[in-house]
Design a protein around this ligand. Structure first.
Ligand SMILES: C[S@@+](CC[C@H](N)C(=O)[O-])C[C@H]1O[C@@H](n2cnc3c(N)ncnc32)[C@H](O)[C@@H]1O
Length: 188
């Protein structure tokens, strides 16, 4: 079983994240994507960023963990919540933008490339991806069994292949200075 599929791990994560969201970083998206756009969030977890997206966009929340999908469905009874793997993204689309916060480090390099390829298929022409990733990360010594793969701009561009043009990157600190990266890219 995946770590976050265990309800007690999902609940512990949600409790740790109370009061935390990516309001500062999301301003980058709010500045370029008009209100009312269709936005898909991958790996929404407890939904703190979905709450912010919901105030601007038609947002679809998602996660591959049934425990988080249940949490999201309870928290956002009027929004669409889907059970989606960030690699295969079995949604219909199209979406004007696809967003994630600290999800893509759980994908292998091959899975990340497959995810970006699928994201390109799901976007409208000129659609945006906006992802917040760890750019530096100490691999945890615990037994989560999850992949923890930090990615810099070069690695992300490589995974995007020729499908996207990077518009903007922004380093920021979550635990340590510049341990995280926001990347905004447009489907070519
Ligand atoms: C560190 S948490 C971040 C949650 C949320 N985005 C936030 O900022 O609080 C990682 C999230 O990614 C989800 N996740 C990990 N691998 C995934 C995958 N392959 N497909 C979909 N969700 C995944 C986990 O279930 C969890 O909700």
């Amino acid at each position: 079983m995946h770590y976050y599929h265990d309800k007690k791990n999902a609940v512990a994560y949600a409790e740790m994240c109370v009061g935390y969201d990516a309001a500062v970083q999301l301003e980058i998206l709010f500045n370029v994507l008009p209100d009312g756009a269709e936005v898909l969030e991958l790996g929404s977890g407890p939904g703190n960023d979905m709450q912010l997206l919901d105030s601007h966009y038609q947002v679809t929340g998602s996660d591959y963990s049934p425990a988080f999908v249940d949490m999201l469905t309870a928290r956002f009874p009027d929004q669409t919540v889907m059970s989606l793997d960030a690699v295969t993204i079995a949604a219909d689309g199209p979406f004007d933008a696809i967003y994630s916060n600290k999800v893509l480090h759980h994908l292998s390099d091959e899975e990340l490339a497959a995810s970006f390829s699928r994201q390109a298929q799901l976007l409208t022409p000129g659609g945006l991806v906006f992802h917040l990733v760890w750019s530096r990360l100490e691999a945890p010594e615990d037994e989560t069994g999850l992949i923890y793969e930090a990615r810099n701009e070069v690695a992300l561009e490589e995974a995007m292949g020729s499908a996207f043009e990077v518009l903007e990157t922004h380093s920021f600190g979550e635990f340590d200075a510049d341990d995280s990266l926001a990347i905004l890219a447009k489907k070519k």
